[in-house]
Design a protein around this ligand. Structure first.
Ligand SMILES: Nc1ncnc2c1ncn2[C@@H]1O[C@H](COP(=O)(O)OP(=O)(O)OP(=O)(O)O)[C@@H](O)[C@H]1O
Ligand SMILES: [Mg+2]
Length: 330
């Protein structure tokens, strides 16, 4: 970071009770401007509640939240909300309005000039790969889930707020759309440099999109840092495990039989090699068979031995790879 960091949002000793139960305890958080700040944690850890206190959909029971140096409670509500875009997991587009009309709602309330609104809508739709010519006049029921989420992102950006809150914006999407939209957010952000507070329960997603990550558990922030800092120096066992879960998924899934053989975890067998399994077959392709209990055998050209590959062998491989990664990182 070249320039001095500016703080966009700050939580100071924030507590939140619901019906007498403390959900968030003494929350302290500094969210820098112009970065993607990710709140990651398991279900029920308090992520959505934290997010909603920023735009005052929830009020803290105790403590202060400041927005560019001024307590959120001191802003006129409308001014605060207009400065903050909001994207939800299930984007609620107005079904009786076209894509363009949905995008125009807030800018029109803010009295953005027509020409400027039209230009901005076209520009933003193009940026999310939804050309206005094709999509502007469509109704929401003619959009796929991924397309609707993109419109939701455009809608949140249309009035040009400095801050965008995103609550699990991609969680309901299939893995391919999800990856595409993660890439899209990173591309958009490299141009727009907004302050984005992004909530997810997926550590892999957090690491991919976050400049900085806060790990939450049971209403407490366990650690704040860059993805690399958290990976290298997890501050609590929970953080390390949460990270390990994501790493394991990433490492093992795309690996090939050749890598499994090279790890040395498989045991020799006299069973003949399974013809369909080659050195290039991926773990992802084999997992369903292994999970169903099939015992495969693979020939290793280096040792000229045949090895047994079953569910236990795969699990041993995952543990081996993960342990090796952990060691090389520390
Ligand atoms: N309006 C409410 N009234 C009572 N309890 C609530 C209310 N909203 C949230 N809670 C409780 O507060 C806790 C935190 O909820 P929150 O929605 O912030 O979690 P989360 O981390 O966003 O979880 P998820 O990943 O499932 O969305 C939960 O135990 C939830 O049941
Ligand atoms: Mg939530």
């Amino acid at each position: 970071m070249a320039e001095a960091e500016k703080t966009a949002i700050e939580f100071q000793h924030v507590r939140k009770d619901f019906t007498g139960q403390t959900i968030l305890k003494d929350l302290n958080l500094t969210i820098p401007a112009d970065e993607i700040f990710v709140l990651v944690g398991p279900s029920g850890s308090g992520k959505t509640t934290t997010l909603k206190m920023i735009n005052r959909l929830e009020e803290p029971t105790d403590g202060t939240i400041t927005f560019f140096g001024r307590p959120v409670a001191a802003y006129p509500l409308q001014e605060l909300r207009w400065s903050i875009g909001y994207v939800l997991q299930h984007i609620a587009l107005f079904p009786n309005m076209t894509v363009a009309e949905n995008i125009a709602v807030i800018p029109e309330m803010k009295k953005m000039p027509r020409d400027r609104l039209r230009a901005r809508t076209e520009e933003l739709l193009a940026a999310v790969d939804l050309p206005a010519k094709t999509y502007a006049d469509r109704y929401p029921d003619a959009l796929s889930g991924g397309e609707a989420q993109r419109v939701g992102i455009v809608r949140a950006l249309a009035a040009d707020p400095g801050v965008i809150l995103m609550d699990e914006p991609f969680s309901a999407l299939d893995p391919i759309s999800r990856t595409q939209l993660q890439d899209l957010i990173l591309r958009l952000q490299s141009k727009l440099h907004k302050t984005i507070v992004f909530v997810t329960h997926d550590m892999q997603e957090a690491v991919k999109v976050g400049d900085r990550i806060a790990v939450m558990h049971n209403g407490v922030i366990l650690q704040v840092g860059t993805p690399a800092e958290i990976r290298q120096h997890p501050a609590a066992a929970f953080v390390a495990d949460f990270f390990a879960g994501a790493e394991m998924g990433r490492v093992a899934w795309a690996d090939t039989v050749a890598q499994v053989l090279a790890s040395g975890v498989l045991t020799a067998t006299s069973q003949p090699p399974t013809p369909a399994v080659t050195l290039h077959t991926t773990v992802a392709a084999l997992a369903p068979q292994l999970a169903a209990g099939t015992v495969l055998a693979v020939a290793d050209p280096r040792t000229r031995q045949t090895y047994r590959l079953d569910a236990q062998g795969l699990l041993n491989y995952i543990v081996r790879v993960h342990t090796a990664e952990g060691e090389s990182n520390s």
